[in-house]
Design a protein around this ligand. Structure first.
Ligand code: BJ8
Length: 425
């Protein structure tokens, strides 16, 4: 980090000692995992910079935005439409939740057998080490898995929290529920920001979010080529940064890297040889700095060519139409897109099974690694159906159930190594 951000962190009320420890671990982790990669696209320099300033310059930007009267909305789920925040000139950010930090504090509130993602968001906030949290005006939760749902009940006493209800089934009543929830949410955001959302402002929000999705999709689509122009770790990083960065600046940077990757594809310039086994990773979201499994895969002789995840394809698939003359029509368009998200909390969830098989085919994956967090019932249960689907399609699968600790690294390395050997051409 270029500047001394300590006064800013102090003002935000962070625990400076614990935060310093976190940063020193993260910097080492980042250097080992990302900077050790060879032949990365030049454009990744931007993402390295964003990550180096993720608790510095970006937080300063959020505080500057607040000083200008804008609000900061912190979210945990890709069902919360950024378009609405943008329409009210607010800033939407995803919250930290990818490291085994503050678990001792989190376990004072939550059972030990809670998934790492939930424990991590609790831990980060309660241990006072997440500046995004401290900078936010409101935290928006959602009624998805039981773990999150019940955790928010505890969390509401600790924070300014808004919880959105979500349907569990994709029928007409479910769609109606989602639309009502989005309309209610829109009103809440108007009240919070003091800004009226108009047809024009919502269209602008839709366009900004669509451009972001289109840019990420350009890069992700190029990974189908062999050799693939970008590593899985860098692909994941782009998907992760999407939740923190300014959307317009982010989109421009991603488009630049897409141009570079297109050129690489034309020149057959890849990050791994053509013979390298190609893997699609599917399952639970991987929030920053959860890079464990991708690192294990890519240091065991394979390359990741796609992420079937909310920090991946689920966040960018399908655009929102900006056609409509009323806010209500535009909210309908939002529902059209978001209702298609194939999160495992929905039942039945055949779309996700089809998407995994289709992605594996489109990206020419030699195998799929299904990644779940321990105690994540929706994704763990659904992995059985994923296995059946992929087995019918003749696509090899490795199921990994893990957490944020490093205790199973030895076992993971052995299992991934054996899987990579098996799928070698
Ligand atoms: S749309 S995946 S972001 S809910 S890993 S907390 S499911 S027990 S994160 Fe998610 Fe929205 Fe769905 Fe995506 Fe629960 Fe599982 Fe933990 Fe999870």
């Amino acid at each position: 980090m270029g500047e001394d951000w300590k006064p800013m962190w102090k003002e935000l009320g962070l625990d400076l000692k614990a935060h310093d420890e976190l940063l020193s671990v993260l910097v080492k982790f980042y250097n080992d995992i990302f900077m050790s990669q060879k032949d990365r696209p030049q454009g990744m320099v931007y993402f390295d910079f964003v990550m180096s300033e993720v608790h510095g310059l970006r937080i300063k930007e959020l505080l500057d935005a607040k000083a200008q009267g804008r609000k900061v909305i912190a979210t945990f789920c890709v069902y919360i439409p950024e378009e609405i925040a943008l329409a009210a000139d607010a800033v939407q950010v995803g919250l930290c939740g990818g490291a085994e930090i503050g678990f001792n504090v989190a376990e004072k509130y939550l059972p030990r057998n809670t998934c790492s993602l939930i424990k991590s968001f609790f831990g980060f906030s309660q241990a006072k080490i997440c500046p995004y949290f401290e900078a936010s005006d409101i935290v928006v939760g959602e009624n998805t898995c039981d773990g999150k749902k019940k955790a928010y009940e505890i969390f509401k006493d600790l924070r300014n929290l808004y919880v959105m209800d979500l349907p569990n089934m994709k029928h007409d009543l479910g769609r109606e529920l989602l639309k009502n929830e989005y309309l209610k949410y829109l009103q809440m955001i108007e009240k919070l920001t003091g800004k009226k959302i108009t047809v024009e402002s919502l269209k602008k929000g839709i366009q900004i979010s669509n451009e972001k999705r289109k840019a990420i999709s350009r890069v992700m689509d190029l990974r189908k080529y062999n050799p693939t122009p970008i590593s899985g770790k860098d692909g994941l990083l782009i998907n992760q940064v999407a939740f923190y960065d300014d959307p317009i600046r982010f989109t421009a940077s991603v488009n630049k890297i897409a141009d570079e990757c297109e050129k690489r594809v034309k020149e057959h310039h890849g990050v791994a040889s053509k013979e390298t086994p190609r893997i699609l990773v599917s399952g639970c979201p991987m929030a920053v700095p959860n890079w464990k499994v991708p690192h294990v895969i890519e240091t065991n002789g394979a390359v990741i060519v796609g992420e079937e995840s909310c920090v991946g394809m689920r966040n960018i698939r399908n655009l929102v139409s900006d056609k409509g003359n009323t806010v209500d029509q535009l909210v309908d368009n939002l529902v059209d897109r978001y209702f298609k998200i194939d999160c495992a909390v929905f039942t039945p969830n055949k779309d996700r099974l089809d998407h995994i098989a289709q992605m594996a085919k489109d990206l020419k994956a030699d195998g799929v690694v299904h990644y779940t967090l321990q105690f994540c019932t929706p994704y763990n249960m659904e992995s059985h159906l994923v296995e059946n689907t992929l087995s019918k399609a003749g696509i090899p699968l490795l199921k990994i159930e893990t957490d944020y600790s490093m205790e199973d690294m030895g076992q993971l390395n052995t299992r991934v190594q054996a899987f990579v050997e098996m799928i070698k051409k």
